[in-house]
Design a protein around this ligand. Structure first.
Ligand SMILES: [Mg+2]
Length: 146
């Protein structure tokens, strides 16, 4: 019998980078109260709470923020990685961003989070940009060009 449920947040429990649907939140809050729910997301703790709310966050058995680099049980921090991006790697990412031919540029391209960095040439500015040119596509193209 399945008694543990692991969910991604962005694009699974919520639209990407947005708040949870309120009708779904009612259902999912009850689900979290009855089942052992674990959340895994690349977002930091504050962003995750903003998206799913305090109640669902606290009802979860454990939340793996920052892709598991920052782990929480409600308000209790179990683990936070102290890893930081090496300077040479950050310089390389900045150079990659400058070299990109993608025309739409805005905001923070290198976002430092506990134990990780989130890098994108296209920073979340509009849903339209995300729909037309997803971060995954950028990562795939960058990997292919290295
Ligand atoms: Mg996702």
């Amino acid at each position: 019998m399945v008694d543990k449920f692991i969910f991604d947040v962005d694009g699974t429990l919520t639209p990407s980078r947005r708040e949870i649907d309120m009708d779904f939140a009612v259902f999912f809050t009850e689900f979290c109260a009855e089942k052992k729910v674990y959340l895994v997301t690349g977002s930091d703790r504050d962003k995750t709470i903003e998206q799913i709310g305090e109640e669902i966050y606290s009802l979860s058995q454990r939340v793996y923020n920052c892709s598991g680099s920052d782990v929480w049980i409600g308000n209790e921090n179990l683990y936070t990685s102290e890893w930081q991006i090496p300077e040479v790697a950050e310089s390389w990412l900045r150079a990659e961003c400058r070299c990109s031919e993608f025309p739409l540029r805005t905001g923070l391209h290198i976002e430092k989070r506990p134990g990780m960095v989130n890098f994108s040439v296209v920073v979340v500015m509009q849903q339209l940009v995300r729909e037309n040119y997803t971060l995954n596509l950028i990562i795939i193209q960058k990997r292919e060009s290295v």
